[in-house]
Design a protein around this ligand. Structure first.
Ligand code: NDP
Length: 245
């Protein structure tokens, strides 16, 4: 129960990595605030968390692209639990495509969710974390934030941006009680790929010889990062699936 007495907000908690992270943090003792747009999923997760762990969960319907909704998310968290100790900026979309196919609306959506959503999260929790002089921001980037492929140009641009935000935050607040961890997952089994519309990309999905990571593998990395003693600063974690051999 390393996180008992702490409160964690998880964006994108309605599926995949966010859902696993929320459960993992609750299992480690933190009360969790579940944020996403699909509230039925969040309500189901709240029931599971409160049945299977000792933690409490709060559901707050949130679109991360909406600054006001993110501010309300932070306010409701404080009202319910009194502090904001952890923010997992996890909500994201991966609409891989070839630039020549000009899916500009999808490019803009990725910028809105993956970059603006993270900025809104930082904006919403920072005053509270600075006032508390303690807090941990986890930003979920990607291996696509370290490498660019032929179809990841815009997605990678957003995930490089997330890493830049993590690095800048870490430096700016290094002399405060805040900590920042950037987590870069490789391919994880989730709903993420289902939203891809570029047919050429869809046709080539799953070509690599590897066993996909599970959402719990990333949740474990998140729980590890936030469970360290205050003098330990885990800045970057990369978790890739091992290639089959
Ligand atoms: P999922 O598609 O399973 O989950 C994405 C989550 O983001 C959902 O809970 C969804 O909730 C939420 N979301 C999307 N748009 C919004 C929005 N506008 N407002 C609030 N929530 C939103 O994908 P993963 O769990 O795999 O992905 C989670 C993160 O991990 C993403 O940032 C992704 O880029 C990153 N990642 C994933 C990898 C993978 O292979 N799966 C690899 C590397 C990084 P809802 O629709 O209910 O709002």
């Amino acid at each position: 129960m390393t996180l008992s007495g702490k409160t964690a907000i998880v964006t994108g908690a309605s599926s995949g990595i966010g859902e696993a992270a929320a459960f993992g943090l609750a299992n480690a003792g933190a009360n969790v605030v579940l944020a996403a747009r699909r509230t039925e999923r969040l309500e189901e997760l709240k029931v599971k968390i409160e049945k299977e762990t000792n933690a409490k969960a709060l559901v707050v319907k949130t679109d991360v692209t909406d600054k006001a909704e993110m501010e309300i998310l932070a306010e409701k968290t404080k009202e319910a639990f009194g502090s904001i100790d952890i923010l997992v900026n996890n909500a994201g979309v991966m609409l891989l495509s070839h630039i020549k196919n000009d899916l500009i609306d999808e490019w803009v959506r990725m910028v809105d969710v993956n970059i603006k959503g993270v900025l809104h999260g930082i904006h919403a929790v920072l005053p509270t974390m600075l006032e508390q002089n303690t807090g941990h921001i986890i930003n979920i980037s990607s291996v696509a934030g370290h490498e660019v492929t032929r179809t990841s140009t815009v997605y990678s641009a957003t995930k490089y941006a997330v890493r830049a935000l993590s690095m800048g935050l870490e430096k700016e607040f290094s002399t405060t009680g805040l900590r920042v961890t950037n987590i870069s997952p490789g391919a994880v089994e989730s709903e993420l790929r289902e939203h891809i519309t570029d047919e050429e990309v869809r046709a080539n999905l799953g070509n690599k010889k590897r066993t996909l990571l599970q959402a719990d593998d990333i949740a474990n990395a998140i729980v590890y990062a936030v469970s360290q003693p205050p003098y330990v600063n885990v800045n970057e974690i990369i978790v890739r699936p091992k290639l089959n051999y």
